[in-house]
Design a protein around this ligand. Structure first.
Ligand SMILES: [Zn+2]
Length: 438
């Protein structure tokens, strides 16, 4: 049987977002192409690259036919490029026209659970599955409400110092209906959509000969309840001890209370609209700020939960291993790290940096497993690829939550060969990484 000899990764300019074309060249001169995510929450101001340019490049590179599409999770910055247009000329229409043979998504995206369904591998009770689906939909509704409110009260940006952050996180969590529908139908028939979970048997050998694809995440609810929550701090985060304590002291909105996801999202418009006596105005201002904090806490909590539904795929081809974890954060990783699949991580050759380099998506205990980490002179040194845009997410008011997180970036540069989309010139489409599989 034909063997893969080279892997090429095109890491496209997405601003804040992900889009990777993973291509395997085979010894019989054939090739296979896998598109992993295609989305953006906004390009850098000076870029000359559009989603349409990227779609056109993908179509050209794969010679008009994609083998597999992976949508790691349903955040805008991972799927907005799959949106179609009424005139049939959207970037999602181009991808659809490449007729992917399979579309891989997390189990949380599977269409309605059939009556009495036990969930993936009989491990998740149907009611838990339905509840999970419902909470994902609630999240979209809340995100939409937050963004609507920002739109409605467009004039208050200067009075609302957190408005930009609210809008960014809110918009990322709005349901991308067109993209979601396209992903569900672009493979042509429902059995070509594969909804995966940790440890499931993903047999792609007919499409991807001699490449083994391991699914490390997300865990099902039965496997791990913790994907519904997120930890405020952990020794696995890229923080110093002092910063850990600081974060612990902040209010832990939303964590581990998923049964009452948004009990506190109350409107206090009356405070702002009422004609308060001058001496009382400072109170209204503080109420505004408290409310923004609360809203930001809620949308951030749902953002974390959604990230933790990310598919984590490890491609084993020839003598190399390539790891693509979407935006999986610690709670998703924890299950894989304690599982029988964890030793697969020891000799990873290429790591797609989780969640654009955030502090909690490259757990230190995972990073430390990578034996190919090392100085520039190390033979077979680990390669890392990061799609990110600084200044978009986190890190406001001196909080150690900037994306990408600087201590992590420093470590990536020191102990791996880092390819960063942020280093692309305004007219450059992508970083290209080539890996010899022999
Ligand atoms: Zn993302």
């Amino acid at each position: 049987m034909t063997k893969p000899v080279t892997a090429t990764i095109r890491a496209y300019q997405m601003g804040f977002g992900d889009c990777f074309l993973l291509s395997f060249a085979y010894d019989d001169d054939s090739a296979r192409h896998i598109l992993i995510d295609f989305g953006s929450t906004g390009m850098p101001g000076d870029t000359q690259v559009s989603l349409d340019d990227v779609a056109a490049d993908i179509a050209r590179e794969c010679g008009g036919a994609l083998d597999i599409v992976v949508a790691t999770h349903r955040h805008k910055d991972h799927i907005s490029g799959f949106a179609t247009k009424a005139n049939g000329r959207g970037s999602g229409d181009v991808i659809r026209g490449l007729h992917p043979k399979r579309v891989i998504q997390p189990w949380t995206e599977a269409p309605e659970a059939p009556e009495g369904w036990e969930g993936p591998a009989g491990s998740t009770p149907a009611h838990a599955f339905a509840r999970q689906r419902a909470s994902l939909d609630d999240m979209h509704a809340v995100a939409q409400a937050v963004v609507d409110r920002l739109d409605r009260e467009g004039g208050f940006n200067s009075r609302w110092p957190l408005a930009d952050r609210l809008r960014f996180v809110g918009e990322d969590n709005i349901k991308n209906v067109s993209a979601v529908k396209n992903l569900m139908t672009m493979a042509g028939s429902p059995e070509k959509n594969i909804y995966v979970y940790h440890g499931c048997d993903l047999d792609l050998s007919a499409i991807l000969p001699n490449v083994k694809v391991h699914v490390l995440g997300p865990p099902t609810l039965k496997q791990s309840e913790t994907i519904k929550t997120y930890a405020k701090n952990s020794a696995d985060y890229w923080l110093k001890a002092r910063q850990l304590t600081g974060l612990a002291a902040t209010k832990d909105v939303g964590a581990s209370k998923t049964s009452m996801l948004f009990p506190d999202l109350k409107r206090r418009d009356s405070f702002r609209q009422s004609k308060l006596p001058t001496e009382m105005r400072w109170v209204a201002e503080r109420v505004d700020i408290a409310e923004q904090d609360q809203m930001l806490g809620i949308v951030t909590a749902l953002d974390n939960v959604m990230n933790n539904s990310s598919v984590i795929l490890l491609f084993e081809a020839g003598n190399k291993k390539l790891l693509f974890p979407g935006d999986a954060q610690l709670e998703n990783w924890n299950y894989a790290l304690q599982s029988a699949l964890a030793p697969l991580l020891d000799d990873v050759d290429l790591y797609k940096v989780g969640h654009h380099g955030s502090l909690n998506a490259t757990p230190k205990s995972m990073w430390n497993r990578f034996q190919k980490r090392g100085k520039a002179s190390k033979p077979g040194r680990l390669k890392t690829v990061m799609s990110t845009m600084a200044g978009k997410h986190g890190g406001k008011n001196g909080a150690p939550t900037e994306v990408p997180r600087i201590p992590l970036v420093n470590e990536l540069k020191a102990n791996s060969t880092l390819f960063n989309t942020q280093d692309l010139q305004p007219a450059e489409l992508c970083q290209i990484i080539t890996i010899d599989l022999r």
